[in-house]
Design a protein around this ligand. Structure first.
Ligand SMILES: [Zn+2]
Length: 221
């Protein structure tokens, strides 16, 4: 049974549409969901350091506005303050639809030890995941489900077997299977749960896929 109101489902749908059509192909509400959900997954999973190394970092500049929009102004402040201690390494796109500005942030190594402080403050701010769900339910007509997104792609004649779709489907399948299941870190053995298939060991910091613990970056799709 697919939970269509879950932030993971809506965010996956919006990412597929974004990937196929660019920022003009998604609604403002879908853009808000991508920015807020991607940040929340990464920060709750592996902290702000993980956020900045994953593709979700492309939306960092827009994340505080998205968090404010869903009703999490305190979480938005924490993100804004964290980004203020980072350096901007690259700007390659923007501004585009929905005010999208792609700006790459990097945490300077001498500020590395401070990131935990922001992780903790974010954790104590609003329950972002629940707020995103409420936002999705309240804005359902403007936010497509994953099933609707796939229908849209097919209606526009896009190859449903493209790499992007296979990727999205593989990730959705593995996340559904591995989210919140206890797994041992292949490096240090620490048992922990993460909110998706990919997680970062809270003890040693090793990042891996629970489905493929010994393959660091390769991912089968
Ligand atoms: Zn470990």
């Amino acid at each position: 049974m697919v939970d269509e109101d879950s932030p993971a489902n809506a965010s996956m749908a919006a990412r597929c549409l974004f990937g196929a059509f660019g920022p003009d192909g998604i609604t403002a509400e879908e853009f808000t969901v991508i920015c807020a959900a991607d940040l929340d997954v990464q920060v709750m999973n592996g902290g702000f350091r993980q956020y900045l190394v994953n593709p979700s970092k492309h939306f960092a500049e827009n994340a505080p506005a998205a968090l404010t929009e869903i009703g999490a102004p305190n979480a938005a402040s924490v993100v804004r303050e964290f980004l203020n201690i980072c350096t901007v390494t690259e700007e390659n796109l923007g501004p585009r639809s929905h005010g999208l500005i792609v700006r790459h942030y990097k945490l300077p190594s001498d500020r590395d030890s401070e990131s935990h402080k922001y992780d903790q403050r974010y954790d104590q701010a609003e329950p972002v995941w629940s707020l995103i769900r409420e936002y999705i339910i309240a804005n359902r007509p403007s936010i497509r489900t994953y099933a609707q997104a796939i229908l849209q792609l097919k209606a526009d004649g896009l190859d449903a077997e493209s790499r992007q779709h296979r990727h999205a489907e593989a990730v959705a399948r593995l996340n559904a299977q591995w989210a919140n299941r206890e797994r041992p870190c292949p490096k240090c053995g620490q048992l922990f749960r993460s909110v998706s298939c990919r997680g970062r060991c809270p003890k040693c910091g090793h990042t891996f896929y629970a489905s493929h613990p010994n393959e660091y970056e390769s991912f089968p799709w």
